[in-house]
Design a protein around this ligand. Structure first.
Ligand code: G4P
Length: 274
């Protein structure tokens, strides 16, 4: 990726709008020095609308252009071209002064696994490429996708690895499904998720499963998982509760947005959200 960075003017960094901190690798700030930058809050359809706005503001305050998008539906994608022009205004002006006219901006998409890079490239490049008759997203080797006369996109995204600075980062990545579920004890993850949601979205879990609140703290969360198991009839043979099944169900409901649009991380600076 470092080699590819030498070839480009603009970094389009995808983060998961539900966890914009844990789904970033802050090394990109150093790696991307001197490049124009755009951060896309992808999967914004699964995140809290008010917090999407607050996060956009947060990145803009840091001098990084930001936009909320849903790569799956294509929502927000149309606004990117105008943002590219804004983010690269200095470079375009520099070129113009040197007499270089109409050199397209060269961009690269980067992000941690599962953040939606391929979906985004297909959504962003799909229509443009149909026009020029190219086949996006499936080309081998280093290929540039010409999106329009102003913008070319490297067809292979740069993979960043998450930075496990503390347990919370790992936990948040596990909540959204960006860790291998096979190495996770689902019942424990479910209890951690219940505790986070109780703090951030009190009442949401109770409303979804028709259960009562229970006690706070980890013992209380185990009790809440049992209530979910009972309410969703997750039983092993006899009357024993199938807590693994209840945990899978809860985590899957969260990941798919069935508990509602939720943002687990908030910008450091306190924001007023209406
Ligand atoms: P990657 O290249 O960064 O590794 O990610 P990829 O595009 O493979 O996307 C990972 C998953 O995230 C896919 O789901 C994809 O559909 C989903 N996704 C990407 N962008 C968005 C978005 O903006 N909103 C929502 N809700 N989902 C998004 P999957 O279950 O692995 O595949 P599929 O069954 O959807 O095809």
């Amino acid at each position: 990726m470092q080699e590819n960075l030498k070839l480009i003017d603009l970094i389009i960094e995808l983060v998961d709008a539900r966890i914009p901190m844990a789904s970033r690798n802050p090394d990109i700030d150093e790696l991307g020095k001197g490049k124009s930058r755009i951060v896309l809050l992808n999967k914004s359809d699964l995140a809290d609308m008010a917090w999407n706005k607050a996060w956009m503001q947060h990145f803009e305050d840091k001098g990084i252009f930001a936009l909320e998008v849903n790569s799956k539906s294509g929502s927000g994608i149309k606004s990117i071209n105008a943002l590219v022009q804004k983010a690269c205004a200095e470079k375009i002006e520099r070129d113009r002064k040197r007499g270089i006219l109409n050199r397209p901006v060269r961009a690269m998409v980067v992000g941690i696994p599962n953040v939606g890079k391929s979906t985004f490239i297909n959504s962003f490049a799909g229509k443009a490429c149909t026009k020029t008759g190219n086949k996006p997203g499936v080309t081998k080797g280093k290929q540039w996708i010409r999106l329009n006369k102003n913008l070319e996109l490297l067809d292979t995204p740069g993979i960043l690895w998450p930075k496990f600075e503390d347990n919370l980062v790992g936990m948040h990545l596990a909540f959204i499904g960006s860790m291998n579920d096979e190495i996770i004890i689902m019942e424990e993850l479910a209890c951690d998720l219940l505790e986070s949601l109780e703090n951030l979205y009190p009442g949401a879990v109770e409303a979804r499963y028709g259960i009562s609140g229970g006690e706070p703290g980890s013992a209380g969360m185990a009790g809440k998982l049992e209530e979910i198991a009972r309410s969703r009839r997750c039983f092993l043979k006899g009357e024993a509760l199938d807590l693994k099944k209840a945990a899978d169900l809860l985590v899957d409901d969260f990941r798919c947005g069935r508990l509602g649009r939720m943002t687990l991380e908030r910008p450091e600076s306190p924001q007023t959200i209406n």
